[in-house]
Design a protein. Structure first.
Lengths: 107, 120
């Protein structure tokens, strides 16, 4: 299985601040990576697909980058509604695997 | 706008079989050639992908669960289902159904999730 190592596992940030979350794959996954946001009691919501493509309706303060085995989700100008847990998903090889999550909390 | 809604028993006895259904609304499950998937999640952990199915009947399973799970689809009822046999506490608590992106870019539409408790 491809292991997705996400870091950090949690972080504190201020409203208006910038957040960077990293996912490292145990092998190359081309551009087969998505980012999801999950709030308590809710289903994950896709933010980014194919590494850097913004899901329709998702604010432009979210962006994704990376290649090969290292990928990044960046949130600029953090808003109160962005405090949540974020996951990456690789769908390059079976079984599809998620990262362990990064919880973004208010500082 | 397609919507997915999971349903299940809520409580299942250890060693028994868990049966879940995902009702698809807003579109035909067999229109558009989508794949349909099940995912589960334990508290504080990343989701775990279980399986997916196409309306043609093509399936793919997570090898770690393949011996105990079966995914099926009913195009007349517009839903798909999951069965997990020989359940234990490790099979709790939260199951989601989701649609695979048409172009294969992961999972784009999710249901709200259904909670499963394994207890006698």
């Amino acid at each position: 299985d491809i292991q997705m190592t996400q870091s950090p596992s949690s972080l504190s940030a201020s409203v208006g601040g910038r957040v960077t979350i990293t996912c490292r794959a145990s092998q190359r996954i081309r551009n087969d990576l998505c980012w999801y946001q999950q709030k308590p009691g809710k289903a994950p919501k896709r933010l980014i697909y194919a590494v850097s493509n913004l899901q329709s309706g998702v604010p432009s303060r979210f962006s994704g980058s990376g290649s090969g085995t290292e990928f990044t989700l960046t949130i600029n100008s953090l808003q109160p509604e962005d405090f949540a847990t974020y996951y990456c998903l690789q769908h390059n090889d079976y079984p599809w695997t998620f990262g362990q999550g990064t919880k973004v909390e208010i500082k | 706008q397609v919507q997915l809604q999971e349903s299940g028993p809520g409580l299942v006895t250890p060693s028994q079989t868990l049966s879940l259904t995902c009702a698809v609304s807003g579109d035909s499950i067999s229109a558009g050639g989508y794949y349909w998937s099940w995912i589960r999640q334990q508290p504080g952990k990343g989701p775990e992908w279980i399986a997916y199915i196409h309306d043609s009947g093509a399936t793919y399973y997570n090898p770690s669960l393949k011996s105990r799970v079966t995914i099926s689809i009913d195009t007349t009822e517009n839903h798909f289902s999951l069965k997990v046999t020989s359940v234990t506490a490790a099979d709790a608590p939260l199951y989601y159904c989701a649609r695979v992106d048409y172009y294969g870019y992961g999972l784009d539409v999710w249901g709200q999730g259904t909670t499963v408790t394994v207890a006698s």
